[in-house]
Design a protein. Sequence first.
Length: 127
Amino acid sequence: MNQTKVGTIAGFDLTVQNADGIRDFYADVTGWKPEPLSMGDYDDYMMLAQDGNPVAGICHARNGNADLPPQWITYIAVSDLAASLARVTKKGGEVVRQPNGTGPGNFALIKDPAGAVVALMQDPHPS
């Protein structure tokens, strides 16, 4: 996932109240290896495949992530987040969560016209 291209999946995250317990659940069930990711006063977790490549994140529902639903969220890389969000509403979708920053890695949650939720992420690795 380090060489994300616009229009491809940039990652998957699960944000929950009990991130430590869920981290252990997925480590046991899938064989993922958790790697702490410092968030300042606590750690979220990058979950690594057996080969050491990151495959997902398990995050605490705290601070800026407190309002995220406890479901797996897929992040799709876009070149211009603001322009993509304008097209979401024009095409009958809904912006569920506005971006809380700017630049690479910033994201917003959207709901498509069928009601499915996904995140659009400003290209995390711009050229």
